[in-house]
Structures are given as C-alpha cells and as structure tokens.
Design a protein around this ligand. Structure first.
Ligand code: DGL
Length: 272
C-alpha cells in the first residue's frame, strides 16, 4: 500500500485521545486511523515515568506493526513522559504530541490569570516549566491536577449532578481567584465541555487544544506528501488493552457513529 494510504496511529491512556480523534475526523475526513486506548493501565498520571515510557513504546510498536504512517501521542502525560524516548527509538517516524495550551491561554486572558487543568505528572515536567517560561511570564497560571477526574470519565461519568458537584469544587475557587481562561491540558477533559461551559458561563474562554493539533497534523502530512488521496474512504479501528465496553459507549457518544472495539489486546510491557 502506498504510504499516503496508510492509517494514522493515535494513542492515549484510555479514551481521552478520542477528543483528538474527533478533531482529526473533522479536519481530515479522508484519513483512516487506528486508535489504541491503554485501558489496562489508565490512569497514567499517578504512575512513574518509566512505566509510561514502556506502555507508550509497546503501543507504538503495535501501531507501527499494523502499518501506521505517523503516530499521534494523544495524551499530554504520555507526551511529557515518553515522546523523546519514542523519537529516539524510531528516528524515521514522525511523532506528534500534545502539550497544555499555555501559549493560547496567555494570549486569550484579559484578567492575566489562566487556569490550567492537567494531571499532576504533566505539571511536574521540564516540558511544562519550559512552556511557562517561554509563554506565560506575563500572566499567572493557576494549576489544578483534578485528582480523580480521569477515572470518573473512564467509568463513563461525563455529565450529571454528581459530576457537576465534583467539578464545582475545582472550578469555582479558580474563578474566585480571577481566572477568565481555562486550558484543558488533559485530553480526557474535552469530554466534559458542555458541563464546563454550563458551570463557567459564557464569558470564560475554554481552550481545547485538539483542533490546533489536527491542523498541525494536516500540515505535517501535507509537507511529507502523506495526505490520503481525495478518493480515499476513511476507516477507523479501535483497540484497548483492557475492557472496551465503556470505551465503545463513550466513543459512540463523542464520535456519533457505531464503534466496534478489539478489547484486551495484549501488550508486551517487559517486567512491569
Ligand atoms: N489523557 C491524558 C492526558 O492528556 C492522561 C490521563 C491519565 O491517564 O492520567 O494527560
């Protein structure tokens, strides 16, 4: 198969990367993809970097063996922990990663206070410190690791009064401190956009980096002559390392079409 006809590989610790997959479908409707959700190991946030690197390496190997032409690391936590390692391991493959949208957040704020919601691991990394230094020297970043939120989303809780009460406890203190811009620095969180919008109201900017990532991906594919041809018919395949039932339900909810999941796909993660 000509390389341009091959699928894009996308992965995340679970279903968060589906928010990125949706932006890719919107902007690159001819592209096929293989999506891998590591539901056996989610959440990545509390785990050591070495474990996340091993998971990411095994998933990448799986996606490349299935013929993917490019890899999207649709997870901020895996990007910060593993993308250097992946690039060093496969120097001929192009990897696209996620990072919290600190720069657009700093541009959008009027109050000078930007709330950043991401996992604790993302905040602890050099990559994040560098984003802060480069783009946020004139604004104040109010960080919240949203402990437990990824697990709620993975269990299928994406709306309702219980979730709203949980989110209010995170969001309202940030509003009280003057944040007028909220950066969604974890790919799971855009699942909750309607609830964020409801709780935060119309005057607050909410930044989901997925559309910008999809634009960047389009540019990279175009530059390398890897864009699927105009007559291509997109095909989507989904794999999970653990259970796939809730994954399939949320994927259908978000993407709007029936989703079949190949679940419990074995990953070789060495001695972990
Ligand atoms: N979706 C993830 C991210 O963007 C990770 C969540 C987790 O597994 O802790 O950071």
């Amino acid at each position: 198969m000509a390389t341009a006809n091959k699928p894009i590989g996308i992965f995340d610790s679970g279903m968060g990367g589906l928010t990125v997959a949706r932006a890719i479908i919107d902007q690159l409707p001819k592209e096929s993809f293989l999506y891998f959700g590591d539901t056996a190991h989610v959440p990545y946030g509390p785990q050591p970097g070495i474990a996340i690197r091993q998971y990411s390496e095994s998933i990448t190997r799986f996606l490349l063996e299935k013929g993917c032409k490019i890899i999207v690391v649709a997870c901020n936590t895996a990007t910060t922990a593993a993308i250097h390692h992946l690039r060093a391991t496969w120097p001929d493959i192009h990897f696209i990663g996620m990072e919290p949208a600190v720069k657009p957040g700093a541009k959008a704020t009027q109050s000078g206070k930007v709330a950043v919601l991401a996992t604790a691991r993302t905040f602890q990394t050099q990559r994040y410190s560098s984003l802060m230094q480069r783009f946020a020297s004139n604004v104040e970043l109010l960080e919240n690791p949203c402990v437990g939120l990824v697990q709620r989303i993975e269990s299928g809780q994406i709306e309702g009064p219980e979730l709203e009460a949980f989110l209010k406890a995170i969001l309202f203190p940030l509003l009280e401190q003057g944040a007028d811009t909220f950066v969604l620095g974890c790919t799971h969180y855009p699942f909750l956009l309607p609830t964020f919008e409801k709780l935060l109201g119309p005057d607050i900017h909410i930044i989901d980096p997925a559309p910008a990532l999809a634009r960047h991906l389009k540019h990279v594919l175009d530059e390398r002559d890897l864009l699927a041809p105009d007559d291509a018919k997109a095909k989507y395949q989904f794999f999970t390392s653990g259970p796939g039932k809730t994954f399939a339900q949320l994927a259908e909810h978000l993407l709007g079409f029936p989703v079949a999941v190949n679940e419990h796909v074995g990953l070789d993660v060495g001695s972990l």
